[in-house]
Design a protein around this ligand. Structure first.
Ligand code: DX5
Ligand code: ZN
Length: 233
């Protein structure tokens, strides 16, 4: 019997949401069938934009059952790691570029009871994580430069996604491979074919609010088939 391919995970970026109604927006994402919510946390320094902090996430936590992951686009995330755990994030994703002692930072995330994720900017080579994989539960390959939603997917990242898949498979550990930035109907198939199994989607999900559930199903189907749809990303 053929082994069954794992079901692709669709993770919703909160960035295009109406920030005055975050509870309702997360409830809508839950009803649409996404696997979890991806909180894009920005500090105005690592990236030129500012979003939400742990107090906001903690308030929304009470409104939905969906899992939360925090994508920490912040310099020196270490002092605040406990705050994301306390806010109800199951996963904390730090940027390799922002951590002087990445090994220690990942160990701390685990000690706090969260899954440890590490993100790589487009310009950062995969080597940055090669020696810490024993502490990694999720690798996030950025397919745009972080900071803003609605940017165009960088197809030039596909060889890196493929190399990441090989590295994770060789580790013998179960590590999710997520892509983030410009994912939509036109790009999810190629990203899946390159080796990603988890897809962070922002603009494409919120484009037509009445059709969110249909969009989640279409994206899941395209990812599973590794197909490209004619529609724009
Ligand atoms: C970019 C963020 C992403 C992004 C996703 O800095 O990390 O999560 O906004 O949004 P789209 O799908 O619009 O690129
Ligand atoms: Zn993100």
């Amino acid at each position: 019997m053929q082994p069954t391919a794992p079901r692709p995970s669709i993770v919703a970026s909160i960035l295009p949401a109406d920030f005055s109604r975050l509870g309702e927006e997360c409830a809508a994402l839950e009803a649409a069938g996404v696997d979890r919510v991806h909180w894009d946390v920005m500090d105005g320094s690592f990236v030129p934009n500012l979003t939400v902090g742990p107090d906001v996430i903690a308030c929304v936590r009470q409104r939905v059952r969906l899992g939360f992951e925090a994508h920490l686009m912040v310099e020196r995330p270490e002092p605040m790691l406990g705050r994301w755990a306390a806010a109800g994030c199951e996963t904390a994703i730090v940027h390799a570029e922002a951590c002087a002692h990445l090994h220690r930072t990942l160990a701390t995330i685990r000690e706090l009871g969260m899954r440890a994720g590490v993100a790589l900017n487009p310009a950062t080579p995969l080597d940055a994580v090669a020696h810490v994989l024993d502490l990694v539960d999720l690798l996030l390959v950025m397919t745009v430069d972080p900071g803003f939603g609605g940017q165009a997917y960088l197809a030039s990242m596909e060889p890196k996604i493929t190399a990441a898949r090989a590295l994770l498979d060789a580790s013998g550990r179960e590590i999710a491979l997520e892509v983030d930035g410009g994912i939509g109907r036109g790009t999810i198939g190629p990203a899946a074919r390159a080796g990603a199994d988890t897809f962070c989607v922002g603009s494409a999900l919120f484009r037509e609010r009445g059709a969110m559930a249909a969009e989640v199903s279409a994206l899941r189907r395209l990812a599973a088939a590794g197909e490209v749809s004619g529609a724009a990303a």
